[in-house]
Ligand binder design. Structure first.
Ligand code: SF4
Length: 342
């Protein structure tokens, strides 16, 4: 293979994992400036890659593409890319079908570490799993020269402009913004919206020039309602909704962000904002801490933690202490730590 390999990088989902996978093209570009890099992801994550400075070609898989046959046909269509290798950062039946259609081509797959992560649930003293970003890079090792660049989310000029205007209309120049993310796909990963509202109140009440911004998606109306009913959404606390590019642009402008173990937490860390991640049933030791210096993962020490790889609808023990017992004062202390990190 030459110093200008044609590589297909694949990560289809989910939000946080795609964010972390954006580090791989950055590392390859730095090691091999002449490489041609294509990145395949689901259409709903296009905003993360469209402005990536190292990605030559973004390939979108339609969100509804879901049969073995459809993925094989997508692979057949990609043969025209004349790829020297596929770096499979997903590794499931979809990508196996895709790679079968691209054969013969070199395929390097990442280590999902499913067993090691499950072992950590059964035996809490088991070693931490290497970070997902590091495991992604092992798959791409022949083209990175062993160097790891942090995740990169390019700036969409239109979204950056909108974010600037959005914040200018809601705060004075020099305002310190606290971003909070009260939502998470799985209920057990959510810190209560009422506690997020108290956190925002404590932040905005601690000085003039302080505002808070809560991030919600279109399907998060119930959580949003609880947040505003508890005092969030007051004169100094605002709410934001919008596409990923807008979320990235707003997160980039926050002084700090507090979020559960979610995709937006990883997006916040990736855009370089000091980020505090709140972990309940899951663990940063699964290799999913916010990546990079200046961030912090916070979780209570309980005999039952962690209990789940991804979280669930209900606490298996019924008390949900991992989130209920985590008080805003403790989170505020964590926030101070990241704000004063060197
Ligand atoms: S309280 Fe314990 S058992 Fe319940 S969801 Fe949290 S970690 Fe799991």
């Amino acid at each position: 293979m030459t110093g200008s390999p044609r590589l297909l990088l694949v990560r289809l989902s989910s939000l946080g994992d795609v964010v972390m996978a954006t580090s791989v093209p950055a590392s390859i570009r730095r090691a091999l400036p002449g490489a041609h890099l294509s990145f395949l992801t689901r259409s709903r994550y296009r905003d993360l890659l469209t402005y990536h400075p190292a990605v030559d070609r973004l390939i979108e898989a339609p969100d509804e593409l879901n049969s073995l046959d459809a993925w094989f046909r997508l692979g057949l269509g990609l043969r025209e890319g004349r790829f020297d290798a596929v770096v499979d950062l997903q590794y499931n039946w979809r990508t196996l079908a895709l790679e079968a259609a691209l054969a013969p081509v070199e395929v390097r797959r990442w280590d999902r570490s499913n067993l090691a992560r499950r072992r950590k649930i059964q035996d809490h003293s088991a070693p931490a799993v290497p970070h997902m970003v590091e495991r992604f890079h092992r798959a791409a090792e022949p083209w990175t020269r062993g160097e790891i660049q942090p995740p990169v989310v390019g700036e969409d000029p239109g979204a950056e402009e909108k974010a600037r205007n959005f914040l200018q209309c809601r705060g004075e120049p020099g305002t310190s913004w606290l971003g909070v993310v009260p939502v998470a796909h799985w209920a057990t990963k959510r810190w209560a919206p009422e506690k997020f509202a108290r956190l925002c109140e404590a932040w905005t009440g601690a000085g003039d020039g302080r505002r808070a911004l809560a991030f919600f998606g279109p399907r998060d109306q119930a959580v949003r309602k609880s947040f505003t009913a508890a005092g969030g959404g007051g004169p100094r606390t605002h709410v934001a909704e919008g596409p990923l590019s807008m979320a990235a642009a707003l997160l980039r402008r926050m002084t700090a962000v507090v979020a559960g173990d979610t995709g937006l937490m990883h997006l916040s860390a990736a855009v370089g904002t000091p980020t505090l991640g709140l972990y309940g049933p899951t663990s940063p030791d699964f290799g999913v801490a916010p990546y990079g210096p200046g961030h912090l993962a916070l979780g209570l020490e309980l005999d039952c933690r962690p209990c789940s790889l991804h979280g669930g609808d209900e606490c298996p023990l019924g008390h949900h202490r991992c989130m209920h017992d985590l008080q805003p004062e403790r989170v505020l202390a964590g926030l101070q730590t990241i704000l004063h990190a060197p």
